[in-house]
Design a protein around this ligand. Structure first.
Ligand code: NAP
Length: 338
């Protein structure tokens, strides 16, 4: 699922070109178009469709004429191979959770914690390094929280309504999810808690000091194709007017915007004023200036110092492939790719 989005996003990319594709043993040696049940756009980009899939083995990958790697591997496989590729001198931009909590590996979201990219200098991989993006639900939550950090966050409660595409191409059977809601996603709540605090933590003396507020998460799978909806309750030290919150969110911007990076949305956060928005069906905008990279926020309410809001994130784009491509663009413009 995420591999397909990578190939879609990288078609005609101004900085990067897909040189090689890898997959599991059952796909190796086949043309990409024969091995792939393409689902993310009208057709497979011609230049990649005819490529022969190579083995996901470091010795095979390191023989290719490539400058960097995007990884959308299952986490269990990603750990060793991502280390080996970094050791072999390649920058690795990964969606897998395998290395996210390594002390020296950033969970980078360049609008939010651009300085965490510095961590790659402390890695022990020679010329290579690993940069991760967060898990898909966390990638939305941190956009809802970052603009509020200046008012002092005491605690956060988040409940998610997560799409089936978050479980991968063949992740959930229709028998299990149609007409149903599943109140459990393996390890998702734990990831939301630790990754949120890590991303919103401060880089101090070459280490991330995680944010200290409590995060309480409940993660639920719903029969929606794409788009994770999140109900967020934030307890702030200060009480802030709703109109001020709206304006702060709408005007939020970061380095990817000032650097005009190709995958950066014009506005990373878009506040919707209609009482029944955001909705996955209506608000996962793939329009120019957004391309699934902007987080939508609505239903902002206040009860004394406690704020409620509903947030929508495109899980396979801002929560995965798009996030990784933006990280690579950011690293390149910052001179980290060498
Ligand atoms: N889906 C999301 O919204 C999302 C969001 C954030 C992060 N992620 C993370 O991104 C990664 C990929 O997720 P996905 O949703 O794209 O999963 P997916 O649709 O199941 O795709 C997994 C890919 O990994 C390949 N693969 C499986 N076993 C392999 C092996 N032993 N050796 C080499 N390649 C192997 C598969 O190859 P074949 O094509 O040959 O089967 C397939 O291309 C996971 O770590 C996931 O947690 C996903």
């Amino acid at each position: 699922m995420i591999g397909q989005h990578f190939i879609r996003i990288l078609e005609n990319h101004p900085y990067f070109e897909v040189s090689a594709v890898t997959a599991s043993q059952q796909s190796q040696g086949k043309e990409y178009r024969a091995a792939t049940d393409w689902i993310v756009s009208d057709s497979i980009p011609e230049s990649v469709g005819q490529k022969l899939i190579i083995a996901t083995e470091s010795q095979d990958i390191l023989k290719q004429d490539i400058d960097l790697v995007f990884s959308a591997l299952p986490s269990s496989i990603a750990f060793d191979i991502e280390s080996e590729l970094a050791q072999g001198g390649l920058p690795v931009f990964s969606n897998a959770s395998a290395h996210r909590m390594d002390d020296d590996v950033p969970i980078l979201i360049p609008e939010i914690n651009p300085d965490h990219l510095e961590l790659v200098k402390t890695q022990d991989y020679g010329d290579g390094f690993i940069v991760t993006n967060s898990n898909c639900s966390t990638s939305g939550l941190v956009f809802g929280l970052k603009p509020l950090q200046k008012f002092g966050i005491n605690s956060v409660i988040v409940s998610t309504y997560q799409a089936v595409s978050g479980a991968g191409r063949n992740g959930i059977s229709s028998v299990d999810i149609l007409g149903n809601v599943i109140p459990f996603i393996f390890n998702e709540e734990e990831k939301m808690v630790t990754e949120t605090k890590e991303i919103l933590g401060n880089l101090d003396d070459g280490k991330v000091k995680p944010a200290v507020f409590d995060v309480n998460a409940s993660c639920i799978r719903v029969p929606v194709y794409d788009g994770h909806l999140e109900s967020i309750v934030v307890d702030l030290e200060e009480s802030v007017e709703i109109d001020d919150i709206r304006s702060i969110m709408n005007n939020f911007s970061g380095e990817p915007q000032s650097l005009n990076l190709p995958t950066a949305p014009v506005h990373p956060i878009v506040v919707l004023d209609e009482p029944d928005r955001p909705q996955p069906k209506r608000d996962l905008s793939l329009k120019k200036g957004d391309l699934g990279m902007a987080v939508k926020i609505g239903r902002i309410r206040r009860q004394r110092s406690r704020l409620n809001m509903i947030l929508l994130v495109h899980n396979t784009i801002r929560g995965a492939a798009g996030a990784s491509v933006l990280n690579a663009e950011f690293s390149m413009v910052k001179g980290v790719l060498g």
